[in-house]
Every structure is written in C-alpha cells, then in structure tokens.
Write a protein that binds this ligand. Structure first.
Ligand SMILES: Cc1cc2nc3c(=O)[nH]c(=O)nc-3n(C[C@H](O)[C@H](O)[C@H](O)COP(=O)(O)OP(=O)(O)OC[C@H]3O[C@@H](n4cnc5c(N)ncnc54)[C@H](O)[C@@H]3O)c2cc1C
Length: 373
C-alpha cells in the first residue's frame, strides 16, 4: 500500500480483516500528513432529484463509514452520529420522490429552529450522517492485526520484477516487493502512475482550508446560538468536537482553490470562511465575527485529490498489462464518506468476492475506466 491516509488505511483494513498481510508505506513520519489530517469533517450523503450515481454511491459510502466508525472509534470524541442539517441555500437540493431512502427528509420546524435559522428556511435533515475526526479513523484502521506501517518511506518508482511489483525510492533502493500493489497516495499518485503505458487518470489538486477555534473562547450568547448538530449546505459548521489540542472546538470550512499544489494556511481564507459562516448560519456568523481575528482563529489546510466527475478511481488499473496493481484515490471533498467503501471494493475485488455495491454503480468507480483505447 502506498499512502497511509483514509484511502490507504481503509484498503489495508479491509484486506487485513480478510487475512491478508499488508505493508503500508508513507513518506510522512506519522498519521495525517495529507488531506486526512483534517481536524474534523462530515460523513453526509449527497442528494439529487433523480437519485443520481453520486447520490447512490455517497449513501452507500456514508453507511460503510458509519459502520466502521461504530466498530473502531469512540463515539463522542472520535466521531458522532449526530444527524446533519443541510441548509438548502439555493434550493438546488431536491430529494428524489421514490428511492425508499428513509435517511434524508425535509428538515422539521424544530430542527430548523435548533439550527438558529428562521422559520420556513429550506433545509434537509440527514439522519444517517455525522462528524468524524479522520486522523482517528486512519490510526484505528492502521492498527488492525496484519497491517504493518513503515513511515518515512517516499516511493518514487514502481516496477515489475518477475511476478511481483517492487517499489523504489529516489535512489532506486527497493522499499518493498509484493504480488499486489495499491496506489493510494492522493494527488502524488499522478507522478507514480504517469510512466505507466496506456493509462491516464486526470487527478487534480484542490486546496482547502478550515478555520477553527476553542469553545472556551466563546461567550454565553455565542454558545446559545450553536446548533446541536453539524450544518452544511455552503461549507459546513461543526461544534463541540475536539480540536487537535484535545479541547472542544468549533470548525467552519472549507475553501476551494484549484491549481495549487501546496497547502499553506492563508489569512484570506479565514475571511472567506467567516463569510461562509455568515451565509450558512447568519445569526451565528454575526455573533462570532470577533472569533476570526488573526490572533484568535486557527487554521488547517490540505490538498484534496479530485477527478472531473467527482467519483474516485478504485480497483485494478489494467488487469492484462498491469496485473495486481490497484488504485484507491480521487476521493475529492468526500474522502470521509467514500474511502471506507472504496477500501471494501478494492479488497473484495482482490479477494475474488462479489463487490459490496451493485455492478451499475461499481463501474462508475472502476480505475479501468481510464485505460486508453
Ligand atoms: C479542507 C478540507 C476539508 C475537507 N472536508 C471533508 C469533509 O467534511 N468530508 C469528507 O468526506 N471529506 C472532506 N475532505 C476530503 C478528505 O479529507 C479527503 O478526501 C481524504 O482525506 C483523502 O484521503 P487520501 O488517503 O486519499 O489522501 P491523503 O490523506 O492525502 O493521503 C495520502 C497519503 O499518501 C502519502 N504519500 C503521498 N505521496 C507519497 C509517496 N510518493 N510515497 C509514500 N507516501 C506518499 C502522504 O504522506 C499521505 O499520507 C476535506 C478535505 C480538505 C482539504
């Protein structure tokens, strides 16, 4: 496994529980160096009037993530099934009429009021949704018996040696060799995959920043306005979740910046997140304006790895020409919702099991869709 983020750790977990022995190599010195270092994010479904492919896949993905969190994480500190209110700002989010999906519905008047939004505000309620601290999930998945992690291992090349794949560093030293290799190194996967003949996957970096602060710094009036559940719809606001320092915090994000391959924290992104909060939850945004002062607000930034149609690339790359080489990346802005499902898909495929998704959906994720004719 190349990459120990949400994607790589999820594949490693899914293989290890099937009895495989997995070695995970990561260039960093510990958990959360990439986008999965996000302090807190949401597992929440996408909805569309025609219940499109993305909606069906995220619904299955969120279920898989919530189950994994239930198995491996501590509720209340690492994750929570809170439900999520989606403020339907542009009225775009319409529910399908006939999916039998019991998990998303128009928000009730009480839920809208609890979010601090005026009566009649268009909003949806996603019952099967909540917040997750991705680092916690990554760390727990990597601790599965059968998974060995080697930090500080930057993979620079992948080559075929007999019936196996060898991965090498910048000096050409072998870092590992195995019959199967899974590339899960987010946008950096592009550099590893570029030399492969007949395969071109359009991965892009998409920088994002979340702004956060400590609940202890909020006054009584501000605290009274905090919704008791996360709210999304124009970025997302989460409160009561431990900050990286461990004390309860609030989080608003995230920004979107294309064509940027670095992830510094930027002052102007805090301003953008302040505006985001004021749009998503106007009363709270007004009350919390002072929390965005440069000496108060904290930030975390990372690079999402995206594909044009917002669906990840998963599984074997080219069974004939590259036997045993798989991908699990391109999670975009939904790695919390998708990586666990993608890990299960990859592991089921390698283990010759039926996929955990209907074939009509699996084909939309297949890495093989990028094999050149
Ligand atoms: C600001 C922001 C907010 C977000 N909010 C949400 C949210 O609310 N909900 C949600 O579902 N998703 C959210 N996401 C997206 C989510 O964080 C990502 O989709 C997910 O973390 C991607 O996981 P990954 O394992 O694919 O990539 P990463 O976490 O980036 O992991 C890649 C790993 O590969 C390693 N690596 C890279 N190159 C090499 C190499 N050559 N050799 C060895 N190791 C290598 C890196 O060190 C890294 O550990 C957000 C992302 C950002 C940036």
């Amino acid at each position: 496994m190349i990459g120990a983020g949400l994607s790589g750790s999820a594949v490693a977990y899914s293989l290890a529980v099937r009895g495989w022995s997995v070695t995970v190599l990561d260039q960093a010195e510990g958990v959360g160096a990439g986008a999965s270092g996000l302090p807190a994010g949401l597992a929440a479904p996408h909805v569309s009037p025609d219940d499109n492919v993305l909606s069906r896949i995220t619904r299955a993905g969120v279920q898989a993530t919530l189950q994994r969190a239930q198995t491996l994480l501590q509720s209340g500190t690492d994750w929570a099934l809170t439900g999520v209110l989606e403020h339907n700002l542009e009225g775009k989010r319409r529910l399908p009429s006939d999916t039998g999906d019991q998990h998303s519905a128009p928000a009730s008047a009480a839920q809208i009021a609890a979010a601090g939004l005026p009566p009649g505000t268009p909003a949806l309620w996603h019952a099967q949704a909540g917040w997750v601290r991705p680092r916690k999930l990554v760390a727990a998945q990597l601790q599965t018996p059968g998974v060995q992690v080697r930090w500080g291992q930057r993979v620079q090349g992948i080559e075929r040696r007999g019936d196996e794949w060898a991965v090498t560093d910048a000096q050409g030293q072998t870092l590992g060799q195995a019959p199967f290799v899974v590339v899960a190194s987010a946008f950096d996967s592009l550099a590893l995959l570029r030399p492969l003949p007949g395969f071109a996957v359009p991965l892009n970096p998409l920088r994002g920043q979340v702004s956060f602060g400590h609940m202890a710094d909020l006054n009584q009036d501000q605290r009274q306005l905090l919704p008791p559940f996360p709210v999304n719809g124009h970025g997302s606001f989460i409160s009561g979740v431990p900050t990286p320092e461990g004390t309860p915090g609030w989080f608003i994000g995230s920004t979107f910046e294309r064509q940027c391959e670095q992830a510094p924290v930027r002052e102007e992104d805090h301003v953008a997140n302040q505006v985001r909060l004021a749009t998503l939850l106007p009363a709270l945004g007004l009350a919390m304006a002072g929390q965005f002062e440069p000496d108060r607000v904290q930030g975390w930034a990372g690079l999402r790895c995206t594909l044009p149609n917002r669906l990840p690339v998963v599984g074997p790359i080219d069974r004939l020409r590259l036997p045993g080489m798989c991908l699990s990346t391109g999670m975009g802005a939904r790695g919390i919702s998708l990586a666990v499902l993608c890990g299960e898909l990859t592991a089921a495929g390698l283990n010759n099991e039926p996929p955990p998704l209907p074939a009509a959906l699996t084909q939309h994720l297949a890495a093989e869709r990028f094999v050149l004719a």
